[in-house]
Design a protein around this ligand. Structure first.
Ligand code: RNT
Ligand code: ZN
Length: 417
C-alpha cells in the first residue's frame, strides 16, 4: 500500500461516519463531462485573422508560447488532457476552422471543421461549438444580430444558421451531443434611447436562426446573456431578462456565465431557477475580478457553490459544464489544468456531501444539525480523495503535474516565435 492509499483508507472511514461512500463519489465524478474551451490556448485569436479579440472582451498579458495554428492548439489541448482525469468535449469557436480552406463566417460548412472531427475521434473527446459573432469587420458599430442595418443582421444570421449545421455534424459524427452557444457583443457605451427596437430585432434574428429544427440528440442550442462589457457599459440588448425570456418561451438552453451579471450577483443561485424552466443549462465557468475579466477559474467559494447547486439538485444531466476564461499572463497549459482541476475538485466535494440527510434535516426544520454538519464538511479531507482519483486514473498528482508543465514549456512552448 502506498502512503496515498493508506491515507485514502483513513479518509474513507471518516466520510463513512457521515454516511458517504467516497468510492461512489469518485464514480459519480467520472461520469461528468467537462467542456474545455480551445480559446485559452491562443488568447481567443483564432485562425481567421491575427487580430486580438474585441467586442467587450479582452485578453491581457503577453506570456510566450501562444498557439498559432490548429496543430498547436491541438497539441496544447492534448498536453493539458494528459494531466487531467475524466471525460471531455472540446469547445471550439467558428474562427478556429480546420479544413482544406478558411472561409468567411457566412460561408462556413461542416467540411471546414473536419480536421477537428478527425482529431476528436483520435483523442476520444466530443466537440461543442460557438458561432463567433465578434472580432470581425462585419460587426457594425458594435452590433450584430440586433443591428439597425439589415445587411449586417443577415450576415450574422447566416453565420449562426450555418453554425448549427456544423454543430449537428459534430453530434452525428462523434455520437456525443454538441452544445452550441450563442453570444453577441451588441451594446452601447452610453444610454440608449430606443431599447425595445434593439431587443425586438435581436428576437427576430434568433427566431430566424432557430427556425430549422435540429435533433437534440445531435445539437442543443443555448443563449448567453451579458449585462455589460468594455465599451458597452450602459446597455446590452441581450440582457438576462431578454435571454431568460427567450430560452423559456422557446424551450432552448440558457447559458450562465459567472462574469455576466452585476458584480454581486452569483450564478450559483440562478441554476436552480433555470433548471425549472429551461430544457438545458450551459455554464460558462469563469472568474470575474471587478469586471468580466475572465480570470482562470480557481477553487473559490463561488465555484464550490456552483458545483453544489448542480450536484445536490441532481441537474448535472441537463447541464453542460463549459469553462470560459482566457489569461495570457501565465503559462496557458497551467491555466487549463488549474481551471479544470478546480472544477473537478468542487464537483467531487459536492458529491462528498450527505445531501439526502441534509435535505431531510432542513425540511424538518432542524437547522442546528444542518449547520453543524455543513461546517464539519468544510474541513473534511476531500483533497486526498481527489489525489487518489488522479492516481487511479494514472494522472500526475500535485507538483508532479507542474514539473510536466515546465517540461512542456521548455521543450515546446518556448520554441514558438
Ligand atoms: C463573452 C462571452 C463569450 C466568450 C466566448 C469566447 O463575454 O463570455 O462566451 O467569452 O465565446
Ligand atoms: Zn461566456
Amino acid at each position: 500500500m502506498t502512503d496515498l492509499e493508506k491515507k485514502y483508507a483513513l479518509v474513507k472511514e471518516e466520510y463513512a461516519k457521515l454516511g458517504i461512500n467516497t468510492d461512489e463519489a469518485i464514480e459519480n465524478l467520472k461520469k461528468v463531462r467537462i467542456s474545455l474551451h480551445c480559446w485559452q490556448a491562443d488568447d481567443v485569436v483564432g485562425f481567421l485573422s491575427s487580430d486580438a479579440v474585441s467586442g467587450g472582451i479582452q485578453t491581457t498579458g503577453n506570456y510566450p508560447g501562444r498557439a498559432r495554428n490548429a496543430a498547436e492548439v491541438k497539441a496544447d489541448l492534448e498536453e493539458a488532457l494528459s494531466l487531467l482525469p475524466g471525460k471531455y468535449s472540446i469547445n471550439i469557436h467558428a474562427i478556429y476552422q480546420d479544413g482544406d480552406e478558411i472561409v468567411e463566417l457566412d460561408k462556413i460548412e461542416p467540411k471546414h471543421f473536419s480536421g477537428w472531427v478527425d482529431w476528436a475521434k483520435k483523442v476520444g473527446v466530443g466537440l461543442d461549438f460557438n458561432p463567433t459573432c465578434f472580432g470581425r469587420p462585419q460587426v457594425n458599430g458594435g452590433f450584430t444580430l440586433s443591428s439597425p442595418d439589415k445587411a449586417t443582421r443577415d450576415f450574422w444570421i447566416e453565420h449562426c444558421k450555418r453554425s448549427r449545421k456544423v454543430a449537428e455534424y459534430f453530434g452525428k459524427e462523434l455520437g456525443i451531443t454538441c452544445c452550441t452557444n450563442f453570444w453577441v457583443p451588441d451594446g452601447m457605451k452610453d444610454i440608449p434611447y430606443d431599447r425595445l427596437a434593439y431587443r425586438a430585432r435581436l428576437k427576430d434574428s434568433y427566431d430566424q436562426i432557430f427556425e430549422e429544427k435540429i435533433d437534440p440528440k445531435y445539437n442543443i442550442d443555448c443563449v448567453e446573456s451579458k449585462v455589460f462589457g468594455i465599451g458597452v457599459e450602459s446597455f446590452t440588448p441581450g440582457s438576462n431578462e431578454f435571454y431568460f425570456g427567450y430560452a423559456t418561451a422557446n424551450q432552448i438552453g440558457i447559458t450562465l456565465d459567472a462574469g455576466h451579471f452585476h458584480p454581486t450577483e452569483m450564478i450559483s443561485d440562478k441554476i436552480s431557477s433555470a433548471a425549472l424552466y429551461c430544457p438545458h443549462i450551459l455554464l460558462h465557468v469563469s472568474r470575474p475580478v471587478r469586471w468580466d475579466s475572465d480570470h482562470v477559474v480557481i477553487f473559490d467559494d463561488e465555484l464550490n457553490e456552483i458545483a453544489r447547486s448542480l450536484v445536490r439538485n441532481n441537474i448535472i444531466e441537463k447541464t453542460s459544464i463549459g469553462l470560459d476564461y482566457f489569461d495570457a499572463s501565465i503559462n496557458r497549459i497551467s491555466c487549463y489544468v488549474v481551471g479544470v482541476k478546480s472544477t473537478l475538485k468542487a464537483l467531487l466535494r459536492a458529491y462528498l456531501e450527505p445531501f439526502d440527510m441534509l435535505k431531510k434535516l432542513e425540511s424538518e426544520g432542524n437547522y442546528t444539525d444542518r449547520m453543524f454538519i455543513t461546517e464539519r464538511l468544510k474541513t473534511m479531507d476531500f483533497g486526498t480523495v481527489f489525489d487518489y482519483y488522479c492516481m487511479k486514473e494514472g494522472k500526475k498528482i500535485g507538483l508532479d503535474a507542474l514539473d510536466e508543465i515546465h517540461r512542456y514549456e521548455k521543450e515546446v512552448l518556448s520554441k514558438r516565435g
